[in-house]
Design a protein around this ligand. Structure first.
Ligand code: BV8
Length: 245
């Protein structure tokens, strides 16, 4: 059984992280598509750094924790990939559009953050990626040359902006092509190529969408579970578990 799961901002909503639609896609009055772009960063790096600094600090606050949806997925993965599993999964992959680390915090191992990670920074010159939990500014010293003032501000958030190519597309394409079960959890299906992954799964693949309501990609799914991910994901996994006994 090959399982592929796509998650979006909706799976982290009950953990206290606002979705893009909740913030009606705005940041300080700027459309996210303007702020979360290379052009936006070139135009006003301090505004873009502030956008991500606010989100990074929020993510690192103690009250932001994985919710039952993240936890159920992590436990299911561990069960299915355990050597002693009765019905082991051949493949189990969570592709997340989220830049929070809540899947990993919950214990998930096979996680592909296709839009990057808020807790990493990338050198604009070398492309090198660093774990990063502090604010980033245009004056941030370079971690590899803290004394060299000419290298201050050479870091950007390790995040895929609009117009940039998401991470891991080959791996995602291969996983989708062989998926027997595809779950899309808490995503509005508005951002491509993430929203197009469902189209890459085989006709015989069971496709289930979990969301509060229908989305533009709902017609591509065989089944729809409407409700909060924190309720619907553990319920669905319990069903899938009992059906495979
Ligand atoms: C690409 C990181 C080429 C940053 C993100 C013009 C110019 C350039 C590009 C384009 C263009 N027009 C279109 C495009 C393509 C563009 C795109 O799709 N734009 C959209 C706006 C039309 N895409 C890109 O630019 C991508 N790159 O195309 O490169 C290419 C591609 C392939 C091969 C070669 C070249 C890059 C897109 C990545 C942008 N970066 N994130 C950051 O986070 O700041 S996107 C960002 O927004 C998120 O990562 C996420 O992907 C997206 C928001 O989507 P969702 O996660 O779905 O969240 P949303 O708030 O929308 O929805 C929440 C859902 O949850 C709702 O349905 C709600 O009902 C539900 N929900 C809420 N609460 C709950 C719940 N469900 C369950 N339980 C709950 N409790």
């Amino acid at each position: 059984m090959n399982i592929l799961i796509l998650t979006g901002a909706g799976i982290s909503a009950e953990s206290g992280i606002p979705t893009f639609r909740d913030a009606n896609g705005l940041w300080e009055g700027h459309p996210v598509e303007q702020v979360a772009t290379p052009q936006g960063f070139a135009r006003d790096p301090s505004l873009v750094h502030a956008f991500y600094n606010t989100r990074r600090r929020h993510l690192l606050s103690p009250d932001i924790r994985p919710n039952p949806a993240h936890i159920a997925l992590a436990q299911w993965e561990q069960e299915l990939l355990a050597p002693s599993a009765d019905h082991p999964a051949d493949d189990f992959l969570i592709v997340t559009q989220n830049i929070d680390d809540l899947h990993v915090q919950a214990g998930s191992r096979n996680v592909l953050p296709m839009h990057g990670e808020l807790l990493k920074a990338q050198c604009l010159e070398s492309g090198k990626v660093f774990a990063w939990r502090d604010d980033l500014t245009v004056d941030t010293p370079h971690p590899e040359a803290p004394e060299d003032d000419s290298k201050r501000g050479w870091l950007r958030p390790y995040v895929v902006w609009f117009g940039e190519v998401p991470l891991g597309l080959d791996r995602i394409e291969k996983a989708a092509a062989r998926a027997d079960l595809f779950l899309a959890i808490g995503t509005s299906g508005l951002v491509y190529p993430a929203a197009g992954i469902v189209q890459c799964t085989p006709p015989k693949c069971r496709k289930i969408e979990i969301n509060l309501a229908d989305t533009p990609t709902s017609p591509a799914f065989n089944e729809h579970r409407h409700g909060p991910a924190g309720i619907e994901v553990p319920k669905l996994i319990a069903e899938l578990r009992s059906n495979s006994q």
